[in-house]
Design a protein around this ligand. Structure first.
Ligand code: SF4
Length: 169
């Protein structure tokens, strides 16, 4: 957004100041502070999720504190913990049911790449099932690392050109 002096309009509003911007910028700015997060929490990284969701870390600062437990009311999914092949179709279905535009954060080594579980039962990263926007490293990641991921996602949302999608998937 840019503040400009408008010499042809002295008087209100406020010394003739006007604001110029683009609609997608305003939409992105509003969206980055109103994320409706679906927490898909499966394993020990969940302890860090509980920690970062506590008042000490104050996720309200980023407009991301209020979890939703219906994918139809969510536009961001946090995948936290190990994903087994048995669970994979469920994750995909929840992602498909979320509103557009939507974003994905993979939190922790398991969600990002399978972590220590290089075996037949574990998905080797949720990127093989759904598109991931942000990866947060760690086993488990510290709350500060998760917050860094949230801030990076906010930047991504602000710069997103995606306005809305016509027609449900
Ligand atoms: S990344 Fe580590 S802490 Fe997180 S779910 Fe996997 S094994 Fe547990």
């Amino acid at each position: 957004m840019e503040f400009l002096k408008n010499p042809s309009q002295p008087g209100p509003p406020e010394d003739g100041q006007i604001i110029t911007t683009r609609f997608d910028k305003v939409l992105g700015w509003a969206r980055k502070y109103s994320q409706f997060v679906y927490p898909f929490v499966t394993a020990c990284c969940g302890m860090e999720y509980m920690s970062v969701a506590s008042s000490h870390y104050d996720l309200d600062r980023f407009g991301t504190a209020f979890p939703r437990f219906s994918p139809r009311q969510s536009d961001v999914i946090w995948v936290v913990g190990t994903i087994s092949h048995k669970l994979a179709p469920l994750l995909k279905r929840i992602y498909d049911q979320m509103t557009e535009p939507k974003w994905v954060i993979a939190i922790g080594a398991c969600a990002s790449c399978g972590g220590p579980y290089d075996n037949y039962a574990t998905v080797q990263g949720i990127g093989t099932i759904i598109p991931v926007d942000i990866y947060v490293a760690g086993c488990p990641p510290r709350p500060e690392a998760i917050i860094e991921g949230v801030v990076k996602l906010q930047k991504m949302i602000l710069e997103s050109k995606q306005m809305w999608k016509v027609g449900a998937p």
